[in-house]
Write a protein that binds this ligand. Structure first.
Ligand SMILES: Cc1cc2nc3c(=O)[nH]c(=O)nc-3n(C[C@H](O)[C@H](O)[C@H](O)COP(=O)(O)OP(=O)(O)OC[C@H]3O[C@@H](n4cnc5c(N)ncnc54)[C@H](O)[C@@H]3O)c2cc1C
Length: 501
């Protein structure tokens, strides 16, 4: 049921076994899974049931570094969270994304791909996608990457009426977590969470402050806000609540993306695609959108970050132009292409790369000087595409182009900066990144290297957990929400075991 916290008397204490903050894909999945097992859950959501500008304004902040989206545009602060405008592209992380790379101590998850497999079917059901992900070989060294598309599920719309009547679940909208205080006895743990509810039109000081006492607390505030809130709570507690290794907010990652050139696809490449059963018989008529990558072996061989190459079929006139340019540059190949083009045996398209960003401690969510109207420092996001990123994406693109030619699948024409380091990498050819906010409270085996453990529990705190992509130690290239939902289902299992339910 929904609870109107704006009528709580001053100093009110709400009690629950588990209190979850944030109702996006991470928090909603966890809350519903636990409540369905009979556990008493309180779900506290900072925004209202619908979008409103005043709640959204609490997401304002600044970006230091490369071109990025406005921080109040790249996420949503209301019931259902950012699923209110996500695109729905889904894919699990690749097994190699979990593995530590040689000579790179910042890589490697304390869990493996196999730990998330049991939660794939449940996550796919929630996101309304099929569970079968196939990555057929496209050619030696190259794979087709299978993405599925959620309708997309808007968690607020999908679960609103369910939340009204769900047993064991209380939802408090318009209520923001602003602080946490330690328990006075027993192992280091959270005793109380402080919450502020802003009813209706907001004016300065017009709010109700109340408290939550729970056995377990879980932050599911999104891939930027988890770090901001944890850093702020620790600061308010004299940095003694969480032992400081200067890691909160660090190793923040996105999926940078940029156009890397154009490609011509020969008919034999299209014949291989005809064999990929799940594309269906009509795929040639639909305006081709292909997702291709390098195999794990190729990545390891060349120490490359994981990458997705997107081929987007372009109009007839653009392909004709590309063929005539090639005719001038490489006449032998050009004549072959021109003749195939006349017989409708090739097609052309633009190539976009979206890649795993190298985890870098300098990329971080920090607390800025300016404060929001609840008194919390706004986010100062430090984000740059690093030199390692650039080198890796350049090397991957060259390898991709080489394999394309070697297997006579077509030809790739890469943009100049790929093999000329003196040319700056443009940031805004399509968009700078994908609104995927990862890292900041990374998962690790020890508190020296991360913020949460393999069970998503904050190191050194007995009852505080974190859900969402802020726990990713590395990002792969796959859109994060399917993994977020898998992790929440896994966390629900862990908490059921812990509470012996
Ligand atoms: C334009 C766009 C397109 C996208 N497309 C895709 C895609 O195709 N595929 C994909 O996988 N991902 C996509 N994403 C990313 C996807 O939306 C996120 O991965 C996902 O929503 C994260 O879920 P979450 O629950 O961790 O965080 P969120 O969905 O951000 O939810 C966080 C919740 O916490 C609440 N909250 C914040 N602060 C407080 C507080 N102090 N107290 C209480 N509650 C608070 C917020 O109101 C919100 O409801 C896209 C994102 C954008 C912006």
């Amino acid at each position: 049921m929904f609870v109107d916290a704006s009528i709580f008397p001053a100093g009110h204490v709400e009690r629950a076994r588990i209190c979850i903050f944030g109702s996006g894909p991470a928090g909603m999945t966890l809350a519903l899974s636990l409540a369905e097992s009979g556990i008493d859950v309180l779900l506290v959501e900072g925004g209202g049931l619908e979008f409103d500008a005043e709640s959204q304004a609490l997401y304002q902040g600044t970006v230091v570094g490369d071109l990025y989206f406005g921080l109040d545009e790249t996420r949503l602060r209301y019931f259902g969270g950012t699923s209110g405008h996500w695109g729905g592209a889904c894919r699990p992380l690749d097994p190699q994304d979990f593995v530590a790379r040689p000579g790179r101590p910042e890589t490697g998850w304390p869990i493996g791909a196999e730990d998330l497999v049991p939660y794939l079917a449940g996550a796919c059901e929630i996101l309304e996608i099929s569970t079968q992900f196939d990555d057929p070989a496209f050619a030696p060294g190259l794979v087709w990457q299978d993405f599925h598309f959620s309708p997309p599920v808007r968690f607020g719309d999908k679960y609103l009426s369910y939340c009204e009547t769900a047993p064991n679940l209380r939802v408090c909208p318009s209520s923001s977590l602003v602080n946490m205080l330690p328990r006075n006895t027993g192992p280091a743990a959270i005793g109380t969470a402080e919450v502020v509810t802003e009813p209706g039109e907001v004016s300065e000081g017009d709010h109700v402050a109340w408290k939550v006492e729970a056995e377990i607390f879980v932050l599911c505030l999104g891939g930027i806000e988890n770090s901001r809130t944890l850093a702020w709570i620790n600061q308010q507690n004299g940095r003694r609540l969480i032992r400081e290794h200067d890691l909160i907010g660090r190793y923040w990652m996105e999926h940078p993306a940029t156009w890397i050139g154009e490609a011509i696809l020969f008919d034999n490449a299209r014949e291989i695609l005809d064999q990929i059963a799940f594309l269906g018989p009509d795929w040639r008529d639909q305006g081709m959108e292909l997702y291709l990558g390098l195999t794990a072996g190729k990545q390891d061989e060349n120490a490359l970050l994981n990458v997705r190459f997107l081929f987007l079929e372009q109009a007839y006139a653009s392909t004709k132009q590309l063929v005539s340019e090639l005719l001038c540059l490489a006449p032998t190949l050009g004549y072959k292409l021109a003749s195939a083009f006349d017989r409708n045996l090739i097609c052309g398209g633009r190539l976009e790369a979206m890649w795993e960003q190298t985890p870098d401690p300098a990329n971080r969510v920090a607390l800025g000087e300016k404060r929001d109207r609840l008194g919390i420092p706004q986010v100062e996001l430090h984000w740059r595409v690093t030199d390692t990123d650039r080198k890796s994406i350049a090397a991957s693109s060259l390898e991709f182009a080489r394999l394309f030619a070697e297997h006579d699948l077509g030809r790739v024409r890469l943009v100049d900066w790929i093999d000329d380091e003196t040319i700056p990498m443009p940031q805004n050819l399509r968009h700078p990144a994908h609104h995927h906010h990862m890292g900041g409270t990374r998962m690790s085996a020890s508190p020296e290297t991360g913020v949460v453990d393999a069970d998503l529990r904050v190191h050194d705190l007995d009852n505080l957990y974190v859900g969402g992509s802020s726990v990713f130690p590395t990002s792969g290239y796959a859109n994060p929400t399917l993994t977020i939902v898998q992790l929440s289902l896994r966390l629900a299992d862990h908490l059921r075991t812990r509470l012996a339910v």
